[in-house]
Ligand binder design. Structure first.
Ligand SMILES: [Zn+2]
Ligand SMILES: [Zn+2]
Length: 335
């Protein structure tokens, strides 16, 4: 079968690979759609902190059940479309025993540490499947980025009476906007790209903020003295300063964005305001919630995704989505 293998930075090569073996508790899927994520850009460009090349990328995917291996529960009929929570965990480490398998000490992610969905077929454990027959394949793949947002909202204990500043209006920032609005919170979203702020407005942001153009004091006034939570999907120094500065005392600062380097955090302000700094990685026990959130937001998700037809369009779409962030929020390749 055909697979795109990232051999070395900036080289996605079409390769003929062996059909995968279907072991106990596993399912063979025909890939129907796969999203290209910001972390895929990092892997492709060769500066992802955890990924090693060569690798078949693709962790945001849905597929059709072709065949169950032995010892499966066979909860869904063959031919069903499923979207996959792409996290393999050990189940025994401290994090796993707390139910926080998203940061398992031996975590393996499809498309990062294990072959992902930049190929025709893929084998996954049955327990990672979520039925999605009612969703278009390109829409269903967005359950994965939404799960990241739902996790951040859970970690930040976001409630309806919160005013949340979302830093970054890329796919994860926009997914976070949808997750916060679903709860009923007010959302201010910040980005330096005007096109993304426009999209955020259309998707329901209460206010948008461009740090290169707008005055933080006006934003403080708009929020009546500051925000109660920040969800940071960018992790760059000026954004952290802005977020900590605009946060009210007793607020929460949730970090989703990954940075290749350590960034300074204004510690004295964190202590003075007793701010909770909270890391949020992948998601745990909320993937079904993310699929449900997706079902409530199909028309909005359709505004976030761009679709390309055919596995062979993958290399061009990888480059295009890297070079044109002003035109593409989330690129999805439909097979
Ligand atoms: Zn992703
Ligand atoms: Zn573990």
């Amino acid at each position: 079968m055909k697979a795109y293998v990232t051999e070395k930075p900036r080289h996605l090569s079409l390769t003929e690979v062996e059909e995968p073996e279907v072991g106990p508790g596993q399912v063979l899927l025909q890939v129907r759609a796969v999203g290209i994520c910001g972390s895929d850009h990092h892997i492709y460009l060769g500066h992802h902190p955890y990924a090693r090349l060569p690798m078949v990328q693709g962790h945001e995917f849905c597929g059709e059940i072709l065949r169950y291996g032995p010892e499966c529960k066979e909860t869904l009929p063959e031919g069903s479309q499923v979207v996959i929570e792409p996290l393999l965990r050990c189940g025994t480490c401290y994090a796993c025993r707390q139910g926080r398998y998203n940061c398992c000490e031996s975590l393996a992610i499809f498309g990062v540490h294990r072959p992902g969905a930049f190929q025709e077929r893929v084998v996954v454990p049955e327990y990672l499947m979520h039925g999605s027959d009612d969703l278009e394949p390109q829409v269903a793949t967005f359950a994965e980025p939404l799960s990241i947002a739902v996790q951040a909202v859970k970690r930040g204990r976001i409630q309806a009476d919160d005013i949340v500043l979302v830093l970054g209006a890329g796919p994860i920032g926009l997914a976070t906007l949808l997750a916060c609005k679903d709860i009923g919170a007010q959302v201010v979203i910040s980005d330096v790209m005007a096109s993304r702020l426009e999209k955020a407005r259309a998707l329901g942001a209460d206010q948008v903020f461009n740090p290169e153009r707008d005055d933080p004091q006006a934003l403080r006034a708009y929020t009546g003295g500051g925000v109660t939570a920040v969800i940071d999907a960018v992790a760059v120094e000026p954004a952290i300063r802005l977020g900590i500065d605009l946060l009210r005392a007793a607020g929460r600062y949730v970090l989703i964005g990954m940075s290749g380097k350590d960034l300074p955090i204004p510690i004295s302000t964190v202590v003075a305001k007793e701010i909770d700094i909270i890391g949020s990685r992948n998601s745990s026990n909320v993937f079904a919630d993310a699929v449900a959130l997706l079902r409530r937001n199909v028309s909005k998700v359709e505004q976030i995704i761009s679709v390309s037809e055919g596995l062979d369009t993958l290399p061009a779409m990888m480059d295009y989505s890297i070079e044109h962030p002003e035109k593409v929020e989330k690129m999805v390749v439909v097979l």
